[in-house]
Design a binder for this molecule. Structure first.
Ligand code: NAD
Length: 507
């Protein structure tokens, strides 16, 4: 029996109204915002024109000049209020993430929880934007570093984390004293509008937020390009495919803007001979099939030691055969829809290539037992003879390629032999292997885990990856430094002028 309400569109529109998204955000000829659950059009969203986008950047630049003068702990108070507003609206916003991005209910709510968590982190951070004091070689001198706000921070985000990625960037950038202009994915405009309405609630309670501190510009890649090319945006965080990063990165480099690139992944896990196979099975299932394989950290390559391959892989195939696919609003559903038909076509192409390369496919294909016009796929487990064909690239769909290995050194080499370098994990109870995997000679990724899958990061750590993943870091640890500029200050409080390195220059 379905617990899902009849119309996705009606429910989404009710949430947008409750959150206070103004009617002016919508227009008859606007971009259709579709729900992947049923394919229904929820609303037509008015897109930002290029001139409006430039004006928004101008407002943000002016806002920055006022905001940087507000003491950081006071800026933190704004983020504290934002966290409160997110707590109060978590159910609505989380639900809207489900309706617009197709995530299951607990993942939609989890995404908003992540926003709340980063707000809490940023509030604490607002009193901890520390610089060092440094020993100087000159008598009666003091050397230190100070961190200053940098300017407008542009944020370009992807459809699969429609709101959390904005918050990872914005919460930090705002306590650091920057203003923020956000270009969300054109596939998730409604959650962006809803988030902006929640920001405005916090701004109203805070009082005195400069106009333009948080701007949202809506549209496709052309609108994103405006943000990339505008010299008033000194730091830009762009999350999306490696193909997008290849376009954005050089343009930012050309104007010497700071780039925080969070691009595609082709994440792997290793199941070693000593692994706890029950635990590995659960970890693999969540990492590979969660969010219908549409996380940047989704597990896509699985290396299983030959001694445990025959005990693990048939069990895994069984889980693939029985996982509940369907309407993500329904209790018990674990795999919701793909974002659109193009995602399904990409999955089919990859599976054809895998078959041609000698792969044995379990599952895969269209799942049609759901009402409406959503695009649902059966997750696919593909036993591959080696790391060939589509295995070396990211296909943004629920496909897990499984390969056998025999020696640890060999598997580390295979693990690192792809372009992306986002996330990775090993399942082992052998501490030598575990430590080697996370050592300098082990995984080459930005995230390397032991006995958990590669997906599902917490906000406390720095998030991001190496190589074709772009090298950016955001969220926890010292990622905040990317949103500030560092000044090294040397102060002479004596009455002589000793020069560094003993240089003499007597005039
Ligand atoms: P996408 O690359 O199609 O689009 C991402 C965003 O970039 C969108 O807002 C889009 O409008 C914009 N964009 C595209 N080309 C642009 C250009 N030339 N100039 C300016 N803006 C441009 O990605 P998607 O399909 O929305 O998301 C899926 C991809 O994102 C996957 O590859 C996934 O791995 C990646 N991703 C990475 C992370 C991470 O943190 N590393 C997180 C989430 C998603």
């Amino acid at each position: 029996v379905s617990s899902a309400p009849a119309s996705v569109a009606d429910e989404a529109r009710a949430i947008l109204a409750r959150l206070g998204v103004p009617d002016s955000a919508f227009a008859p000829g606007g971009r259709p915002a579709r729900s992947p659950i049923t394919g229904e059009v929820i609303a037509h969203v008015r897109e930002t024109t290029p001139d409006e986008a430039k004006a928004a950047i101008g407002r943000a630049d002016a806002a920055f000049k006022a905001w940087r003068k507000i003491p950081a702990p006071r800026r933190g108070e704004f983020i504290r209020l934002l966290g409160e507003e997110l707590r109060a609206t978590k159910d609505d916003l989380g639900r809207l993430v489900t309706l617009e991005a197709g995530k299951i209910v607990s993942e939609g709510l989890g995404e908003v929880q992540e926003m709340i968590d980063i707000c809490d982190f940023a509030v604490g951070l607002s009193r901890q934007l520390y610089g060092l004091t440094i020993a100087t070689e000159r008598a009666d001198h003091r050397m230190m570093e100070t961190w200053h706000p940098v300017g407008v921070c542009g944020v370009i985000s992807a459809f699969n984390f429609p709101v959390a990625v904005w918050s990872w960037n914005a919460a930090l950038a705002l306590v650091c004293g920057d203003s923020v202009v956000w270009k969300p994915s054109e596939k998730t405009l409604l959650t962006a509008l809803a988030t902006h309405a929640i920001v405005e609630r916090a701004a109203k309670r805070f009082g005195g937020v400069p106009e333009g501190l948080c701007e949202v510009i809506l549209g496709g890649r052309e609108i994103g390009e405006i943000l990339v090319e505008d010299h008033r945006v000194p730091v830009l965080s762009a999350t999306g495919s490696t193909a997008m990063g290849r376009q954005v990165g050089p343009k930012l480099a050309e104007r010497f803007a700071r780039a925080i690139l969070e691009l595609g992944g082709n994440n792997a896990a290793i199941v070693a001979p000593s692994a706890d196979l029950d635990l590995a099975l659960r970890g693999i299932a969540f990492a590979a099939m969660g969010t219908a394989g549409q996380r940047c950290t989704t597990l896509r390559r699985l290396f299983v030691h030959e001694s445990v391959y025959d005990s693990l892989v048939p069990r895994l195939a069984k889980v693939y055969g029985s996982v509940k696919i369907g309407d993500p609003r329904e209790t018990g559903t674990l795999v919701g829809p793909l974002i659109d038909q193009a995602a399904f076509d990409g999955m089919e192409r990859a599976l054809d290539e895998a078959r041609a390369a000698g792969g044995k496919v379990h599952g895969g294909g269209r799942y049609t037992d759901v009402a409406g016009d959503g695009v649902y796929a059966r997750p696919a487990l593909v036993e591959m003879p080696g790391q060939t064909g589509p295995v070396t690239r990211e296909t943004f769909a629920p496909i897990l390629y499984v390969m056998r290995y025999s020696s640890f050194d060999e598997v580390i080499e295979l693990h690192n032999a792809v372009g992306a370098g986002l996330s990775s994990s090993i399942f082992t109870l052998n501490m030598r292997e575990a430590e080697a995997f996370i050592s300098a000679t082990g995984s080459d990724c930005g995230i390397a885990n032991v006995n958990i899958g590669p997906s599902g990061a917490e906000i406390g750590g720095a998030f991001g990856g190496e190589k074709e993943t772009g090298g950016g870091r955001e969220s926890g640890s010292d990622s905040w430094k990317a949103y500030m500029r560092r000044a090294t200050n040397t102060v002479n409080y004596g009455n002589t002028l000793p020069l560094a390195q003993g240089v003499k220059f007597d005039v």
